[in-house]
Design a protein around this ligand. Structure first.
Ligand code: SAJ
Length: 440
């Protein structure tokens, strides 16, 4: 560690979490080396630019790179703190795949020295931090490893610290939430937690709470499963309301006036790389004990199919109508299309109806690959408002929300996000119940 007491930091993985985290740590005055497997990502960052869209991230990265505080590389190098922020996908059976985490740990192990801290931030199944610990112990028998010093009777201190510290930031508000959110700091031992906590205090204003690694791992999964279950409730209500010819948005708005009721918003399903994924990590660990979490996943995926089928019926019932799907992103005002229900629904429609389908997505310049050869095309919002007859709202981007009623007049609207409460009820009701054909 240098004389100014600011550790040198190595952040492994420069994606949606790793890059903003690296930049915030650099802004706090630490020298940060960011590691990524992609040469393109490394080159982009070293030019002071970014490869992802996130509010205010471009200016921050440009600033810390030009001040020499952040640089990117393909190779891990010695540092005082190592932060691992790589993806943890799941396989076809919903079993978590921690191979990227383990290969990051494998890359870090050879450069570790006494006093270093290794922190895992990636969402991971319970026990992953211990697996990292065991891997490092195998690769570095010369180091005293926390939790692996049996017979030591507490007389010797371990050489390194290992902890699990999940991020809990919301895409679109990452920089603000990285700084202000409270953090769970789960040490392999209490000493590891204290060391990691002192590091997070350098750049986190929220409260940092020390715990053990397994509790911290489970906490992260629980947070996202909680949200998934609650969104599933809203989505289930929306399908019930459809069947009964009710306006679900009105019902939720009224129910939420109860002091202890706070129902979330229905949509075309749950997307993103966290909420649609993390609950499976819990189900995989305890399949018998998780009927609710598993069902919620099923409800949210079922909502995606429900929306696709409803949209198909609407378009089929209006054979001459031109259709605009508004949005491909997994949620409002971001350019992230991973696990996006909007993208899935739009591609189903494009495959079936071809060139009748137009896509409006201000956050991309090209359509994803699955639209190739379908005949569907990307158009801007003004063209869609001028030239199409059916609007299918799949994402609640602000730019869509602000379209005034006058510009939607006479169109058939299927608003899966409830962004246009002023849309004449008879339009939505006709489509929601059975009369999918709408007289203009
Ligand atoms: N959604 C709804 N209705 C709602 C809220 C969300 O349909 O009322 C949908 C969104 O449109 C989107 C999906 O759910 O498709 C997920 O969006 P989100 O905003 O709920 O969450 P993410 O995936 O952007 O970020 C979540 C956050 N977790 C929680 O709120 C518990 C974030 O704090 C985590 O850091 C992030 O997952 C993560 O990285 O794990």
């Amino acid at each position: 560690m240098k004389s100014d007491n600011k550790p040198d930091v190595c952040v492994v993985g420069l994606g949606y979490i790793g890059l903003p985290t690296a930049a915030i740590i650099a802004r706090a005055g630490c020298k940060v080396r960011g590691i990524d497997v992609s040469q393109h990502v490394v080159d982009t960052i070293n030019r002071g630019q970014i490869h992802i869209e996130e509010v205010d991230l471009d200016g921050l990265v440009q600033g810390v790179v030009s001040r020499g505080l952040l640089s990117a590389s393909l190779e891990v190098a010695p540092a005082d703190v190592f932060v691992i922020a790589v993806p943890t996908p799941f396989d076809d059976d919903h079993a978590p795949d921690i191979s990227y985490v383990l290969s990051a740990a494998r890359a870090v192990a050879p450069v570790l020295k006494a006093g270093d801290i290794v922190i895992l931030e990636s969402t991971s199944p319970v026990g992953t931090t211990e697996e990292i610990r065991d891997l490092i112990a195998t690769m570095r028998p010369d180091l005293k490893i926390p939790g692996r010093m049996e017979g030591n009777l507490g007389r010797e201190t371990p050489d390194i610290s290992i902890a699990y510290c999940p991020e809990r930031v919301l895409p679109g508000k990452i920089l603000e939430e990285l700084t202000n959110n409270d953090r769970s700091i789960g040490g392999i031992t209490p000493r590891c937690a204290r060391k990691a906590l002192a590091f997070y205090k350098i750049f986190v204003r929220g409260t940092c709470i020390a715990t053990d690694a397994r509790s911290a791992e489970m906490t992260k999964l629980v947070e996202n499963a909680y949200r998934d279950v609650n969104i599933a409730f809203a989505n289930e209500l929306s399908m019930v309301a459809d069947k009964m010819g009710l306006d679900v948005w009105e019902v939720i708005r009224l129910a939420n006036r109860h002091p202890r009721v706070n129902i979330l918003q229905p949509g075309p399903g749950v997307g993103g790389h966290c909420i649609a994924v993390d609950p499976w990590f819990i189900v995989h660990s305890a399949p018998q004990e998780t009927p609710l979490i598993r069902t919620a996943r099923g409800v949210n995926d079922g909502k995606m199919r429900h929306v696709a089928m409803k949209a198909e019926a609407l378009i089929a019932a209006n054979p001459n109508a031109r259709v605009a799907c508004l949005g491909l992103a997994f949620k409002a005002n971001i350019d992230d299309f991973r696990e996006s229900p909007a993208r899935l629904v739009a591609s189903v429609l494009a495959k079936r109806f071809g060139e009748r389908i137009q896509i409006v997505e201000p956050y991309t310049a090209t359509l994803p690959r699955e639209f190739d050869g379908t005949g569907a095309s990307l158009i801007d919002l003004d063209t869609a408002l001028e030239e199409t007859d059916i609007l299918i709202v799949l994402v609640d981007h602000d730019v869509f929300r602000h379209v005034p009623l006058a510009e939607r007049a006479g169109k058939i609207v299927y608003d899966t996000r409830g962004i246009w409460p002023d849309q004449p009820k008879e339009v939505q009701a006709a489509e929601a119940t059975q009369g999918l054909r709408l007289a203009s």
